[in-house]
Design a protein around this ligand. Structure first.
Ligand SMILES: N[C@@H](CCC(=O)N[C@@H](CS)C(=O)NCC(=O)O)C(=O)O
Length: 264
């Protein structure tokens, strides 16, 4: 059985989970404990980042390398187009997703956490005493803004990130007005990369990802609910409904471990 060594809340891991589900390949996830678990990951893969895919004796790190490996090994339902121009475009879009949409989406999500106490407390373990939850939701947004300043998450950084995301969503909606998926009539790696990242802007309403239930359907105000991006969310939700498996296990015991949202 394929093993995916992952952080549940990482968008790179979500990209790979989307691809595995699309290809209808059964797999088990191994949740890596940030820090100590990465030592074991290093022993396994020679580097410390997730996702890492283990398929028998084969160990592959990096979401793009994993996608390529999966297409080569399991060619049914390819995610990389055979046509050279389409393949190039697909990889460019994936890179744009990873290098621009991803980091900016994380900033926008942090901005939303700082402004919306309920969003913030939804991330806390269920076992957190109510008094502490109250304290977290009482931390003024201004203070969080101040704390964010200087590490790339200050109000100006979040404003710039939001502007970049607005442009990105507008561009994507323009493409989606012409065709059902970003590169061709079938979903490709580009679709899965951008759909995976989109959870930072709006968590899917269903439990596809094992995150605290309070996050489901929540998103960054102005991006998650603006009518001009509706076709983006329709595309994202359709992709999930058509291809992603809803989790069958019990809801996440949110006290069971840290939620690591890959904020570098
Ligand atoms: N290029 C890699 C990036 C993977 C990555 O940045 N993973 C993050 C999680 S979102 C990670 O493992 N961070 C932990 C660390 O760098 O120590 C890919 O596409 O898989």
């Amino acid at each position: 059985m394929i093993e995916l060594h992952q952080f549940e809340a990482s968008h790179y891991c979500e990209k790979v989970r989307l691809i595995l589900d699309y290809k209808q390949l059964p797999y088990n996830t191994v949740e890596v404990v940030p820090g100590v678990g990465q030592i074991e990951l290093y022993r396994l893969s020679g580097q410390r980042q997730v996702p890492v895919l283990k398929d028998g004796a084969m160990v592959v790190a990096d979401s793009t390398a994993i996608a390529t490996y999966l297409d080569e090994t399991y060619p049914e339902r390819p995610v990389l187009p055979a046509d050279g121009a389409m393949r190039g475009l697909c990889l460019m879009l994936e890179d744009w997703a990873d290098e621009s949409i991803g980091p900016n989406a994380r900033k926008a999500m942090i901005g939303a956490f700082s402004q919306h106490p309920s969003f913030r407390t939804a991330l806390l373990p269920a076992s957190t005493p109510d008094v502490l939850k109250g304290l977290v939701s009482a931390v003024p947004g201004d203070l969080l803004n101040l704390l964010g300043t200087g590490v790339g998450f200050g109000p100006d950084d979040i404003k710039t990130a939001t502007l970049i995301l607005q442009r990105a969503l507008t561009s994507i909606c323009g493409v989606l007005a012409e065709r059902p998926y970003l590169v061709s009539d079938q979903p490709t790696l580009a679709d899965f990369a951008i759909a995976g990242i989109s959870m930072y802007l709006k968590f899917p309403a269903q439990r596809y990802v094992d995150l605290p239930e309070g996050l489901c359907g929540n998103g960054v105000p102005g991006l998650a609910d603006a009518p001009e991006y509706e076709s983006f969310w329709v595309w994202r939700d359709r992709l999930y409904a058509d291809y992603r498996q809803v989790r069958s296990g019990p809801p996440r015991e949110s006290g069971s471990g840290p939620v690591k949202i890959g904020i570098e």
